[in-house]
Design a binder for this molecule. Structure first.
Ligand SMILES: O=C(O)CCC(=O)C(=O)O
Ligand SMILES: [Fe+2]
Length: 295
């Protein structure tokens, strides 16, 4: 029998939580982003390869990433395109100019995707403010000031990345090789807001996370787990192929690269001492990304 995980559903649509509520009401925009995303992924491979990932931004082709670096498979059966941050470009020397972030100047892409950049920028700004509001609620839940993640500097030029994901349909592995859409992993940062168009089936040992229209799935990331001394646990998750094409959008809201992530005072005491040494967010992220890309 299929098991579906009963996750708590947080309704943030009360008037005093307007920025999140406004974002969650953007179902039309979300559909547009998914449409624009599918148009991008339907471009010929050579067009997409012109936009190959620089740093973490840009196009990552099929099998180029292993979300679980220990996996012996040839890679995840997904392709992705990562965007962000939109401003303060100098913090990522590899990223180049604003135009390069979107890699749009190639003529055919401009013609095929006239609304692409505007749609992504609009969605990026909205999901960023929703993520920030969500973090203020996390802070309140931890008995901290609402602006805790602002005052630590985490949200001052955060490492916030919108990732468009496409899992093509089809059998990719030989019978003795298990190829997953995304091999098992937890996300690395603070919180991830996830939207998907198709729901994927997980075998019994994993639990199926249902998609609800107009809602995000929220994953706690590893840096949040370190900050809270495991009070908030990061979520191990994966995507298995279900024989159908699948599109999703993941928004990773991670701290400013210079932010030092160390156990929050209210999350440790004499019997629960800090489990992790302080780390600089940028160093931690760089190492985790090096492992999944193998470079
Ligand atoms: O596509 C999904 O549903 C999950 C993607 C994911 O876990 C990731 O990119 O980190
Ligand atoms: Fe993930």
């Amino acid at each position: 029998m299929e098991q579906v995980l009963k996750l708590p559903i947080l309704d943030l649509s009360s008037p005093d939580r307007s920025s999140i509520a406004n974002c969650l009401r953007q179902e039309e925009l979300i559909e547009q982003v998914l449409d624009e995303s599918s148009k991008f992924f339907s471009l010929p491979l050579e067009e997409k390869m012109k936009l190959l990932r620089k740093g973490y931004r840009g196009y990552t082709p099929l099998f180029a990433e292993k979300s679980d670096p220990q996996s012996t498979s040839k890679g995840d059966s997904k392709e992705s395109y990562s965007i962000g941050p939109l401003e303060n470009m100098n913090q990522w020397p590899s990223q180049g100019t604003l135009v390069n972030v979107f890699h749009i100047p190639c003529k055919s892409s401009t013609e095929i995707l006239p609304c692409w950049r505007a749609t992504m920028e609009s969605f990026y700004s909205k999901i960023l403010s929703a993520g920030k509001r969500l973090l203020s609620l996390v802070a309140l839940a931890l008995n901290l000031n609402e602006d805790f993640f602002e005052t630590t500097g985490a949200l001052d030029r955060p490492t916030a990345v919108l990732r468009l994901l496409h899992y093509p349909a089809g059998e990719f592995g030989s019978s003795d090789e298990e190829i997953l859409g995304a091999s098992a992993h937890s996300d690395y940062g603070m919180v991830t807001l996830l939207i998907c168009r198709e729901k994927s089936k997980q075998p019994l040992v994993w639990e199926d996370v249902p998609h609800i229209n107009g809602a995000f799935i929220v994953n706690i990331g590893d840096m949040m787990e370190r900050w809270t001394n495991c009070l908030l646990r990061s979520t191990l998750h994966r995507v298995i192929p279900c024989g159908q094409e699948r599109y999703s959008l993941a928004f990773f809201l991670d701290p400013n690269e210079d932010c030092v992530v160390e156990c929050i005072e209210s999350c440790c005491n004499e019997s629960s001492t800090p489990r992790f040494p302080p780390i600089r967010s940028g160093d931690y992220l760089k190492e985790r990304l090096r492992l999944i890309w193998g470079s």
